[in-house]
Ligand binder design. Structure first.
Ligand SMILES: [Zn+2]
Length: 572
């Protein structure tokens, strides 16, 4: 959730202020042709420019990969950030001051800005102290060159009770320092520095602001790692270390690598895997998985090569599968961690290892055990992990692999699962039918507004199969019912979903294609197609009801089926 008021007028203001040609121009070279600008698409490899930008309309569209939208969509897609983050970035850049959403949000913003100031001031102190002998010796032992240390902002907290406190109190209140978690308050109001005699590692938000610190002991003293306490801005279960840096590598790498420790993460960045992030000494959480799932399709898990690491990898795998991610696991040699291996083998050697990371099903099969007996004993618990997988096709593949590993017949599994898979696929059919798109385009562009409105009033929205096209039609009908127009700018302002926005922007730039007299037959096509889809869905449900022995459902479905068969085939 954004702390800012992102209501329509505010968004309009940001869209107005942000020059889409300038924003796109930072990522590719644009050339003016007629009223539009054209360049090589940044989202798919191409040699001729299919990527169009219209400054007038504030939209972009690629005829090659069909991506499109407005300036906010472009930033979301290019920089893999959320809607709110994209708006905030554009507002920062084009000098729009976003109004806080509420007095509460205003208070939080002021608090965050103060916290950010405290953290930056602390960072200056810590970073300066890294030049002392003991932290230098530590970095040398860990094989971290100084330029890499500087890049990640590593620092040092001196072995004194109030070194940082004394320095920062010149500028900030004691309350602010305690609130930032840098100073600990004991009984009787006694205060002292939280981090002492430790390497400090700044933990940044996705936006790049320091929100917490990790502290690593120089030797083996306990605890080896100490983190900032949870504050209103920092929660270990939500934040991924180095995400702000890794985000830049995501579009090209198209995946993320997840490790457990700060120094594992730094080592992997050094060998060129700049798409690496780390959990902060906690298990990979649902929030972490969700954070990754909206930025990359694939995650490689790379944990320590010991029993604890393998166990953590299984748990992480389950969480990532539940977030519908494709997952592979990089299994390291016994007793070694990613830092060791990356330092020893360098970029090339480690790269070879990553290429051999095991897909989820292969890793689980391997984790089931060496012997058939072992694998049978573990089948149940492994099947539970598979069940967490939210992608039905991937789930059934894993289940089949596990059943195969345990040497049990698949028939039972299949008969139960296959229908569920088919039903799910039918429900989420993602490819828009040409007919549906052509109709939408006709209504928006080819027809006179009055004729369009006429057709739209009686249009059978239920007959549209593609969910995005259906949502757009719903907006059109709603606007008509409320006496609004159906011009593209108005329609776009009511559509939030980025995929739907792309779809609309694409229609906007494509040339008209549908002769008016074809429209009634297209409407009919949509209707018939919907009937067909419905009857195949009923067939699947009838089989499922038979398997489940549900007589009531069976009777109901059969009645519906004969209704559908009787329906006249208009225009057929
Ligand atoms: Zn493209």
């Amino acid at each position: 959730m954004s702390q800012y008021d992102l209501s329509r007028p505010v968004l309009e203001q940001v869209r107005e202020a942000a020059d889409i040609v300038a924003v796109v121009g930072e990522h590719l070279t644009l050339r003016k042709t007629g009223r539009n600008y054209v360049g090589l698409c940044p989202f798919h490899g191409e040699k001729t420019g299919s990527f169009n930008v219209s400054r007038e309309k504030g939209t972009y569209y690629c005829f090659g990969c069909k991506r499109g939208g407005d300036v906010i969509d472009f930033v979301m897609e290019m920089e893999r950030v959320t809607f709110a983050e994209a708006v905030e970035r554009l507002a920062d850049r084009f000098g729009v001051r976003l109004p806080p959403a509420s007095p509460e949000a205003r208070r939080r913003r002021d608090e965050q800005e103060q916290l950010a100031d405290v953290m930056e001031a602390a960072q200056a102190v810590f970073a300066r102290q890294l030049s002392q002998d003991r932290p230098r010796a530590f970095l040398e032992r860990r094989g971290v060159p100084l330029d890499v240390a500087a890049e990640f902002g590593l620092g040092f907290a001196r072995n004194e009770w109030r070194a940082l406190y004394d320095e920062l109190r010149k500028k900030f209140s004691e309350r602010a320092l305690v609130g930032a978690g840098l100073v600990v308050e004991g009984e009787g109001g006694k205060v002292w520095d939280r981090f002492r005699d430790r390497i400090t590692i700044p933990i940044r938000s996705a936006r790049g602001r320091i929100i917490a610190y990790g502290g690593r002991a120089l030797g083996d003293e306990n605890p080896k790692y100490l983190n900032s306490p949870e504050t209103s801005l920092f929660s270990k279960g939500h934040v991924l270390f180095a995400l702000d840096r890794a985000m830049r590598a995501f579009p090209k790498a198209n995946r993320a690598v997840v490790v457990e420790g700060y120094f594992d993460c730094i080592a992997l960045h050094r060998v060129g895997l700049t798409e690496t992030v780390a959990t902060l000494g906690t298990a990979l959480s649902e929030h972490h998985a969700a954070e990754l799932a909206r930025r990359v399709p694939h995650v490689v898990v790379c944990f320590d090569g010991d029993a604890a690491g393998r166990q953590a990898a299984v748990a992480a795998l389950r969480t990532l599968l539940a977030a519908a991610l494709e997952v592979s696991v990089l299994v390291l040699p016994d007793g070694q961690d990613p830092d060791d291996v990356a330092r020893r083998e360098g970029a090339e050697g480690f790269g070879r290892r990553v290429a051999t990371a095991l897909p989820a099903d292969a890793f689980l099969l391997r984790s089931m055990g060496e012997s058939l007996l072992e694998r049978r004993q573990n089948l149940q618990s492994m099947m539970e992990i598979a069940r967490a997988c939210s992608d039905p096709v991937r789930r059934i593949r894993i289940q089949e692999t596990l059943a195969f590993g345990a040497g049990i017949p698949l028939e039972e599994l299949r008969s139960l699962e296959i229908f569920r898979v088919m039903a799910a696929q039918a429900a989420t059919e993602q490819v828009p039918e040409n007919a549906e798109l052509a109709l939408l385009r006709s209504f928006l562009h080819d027809l006179e507004p009055a004729a369009s409105a006429e057709h739209l009033r009686g249009f059978p929205i239920d007959g549209i199969c593609h969910p995005g096209v259906r949502r757009v039609f719903e907006v059109l009908q709603r606007r008509l019912a409320n006496g609004g127009g159906i011009e593209i700018v108005g329609v776009l302002s009511e559509i939030e979903d980025p995929a739907d926005r792309r779809l609309l922007a694409g229609l906007e730039l494509e040339a008209p294609q549908t002769p008016h007299e074809r429209i009634p037959s297209l409407v009919d096509l949509v209707r018939r197609r919907a009937d067909r889809l419905r009857s195949s869905e009923i067939i699947v449900r009838i089989r499922a009801a038979e398997l489940a022995g549900d007589r009531d459902a069976l009777a109901r479905l059969q009645a519906e089926q004969s209704e559908l068969i009787k329906r006249p085939k208009r225009g057929a």
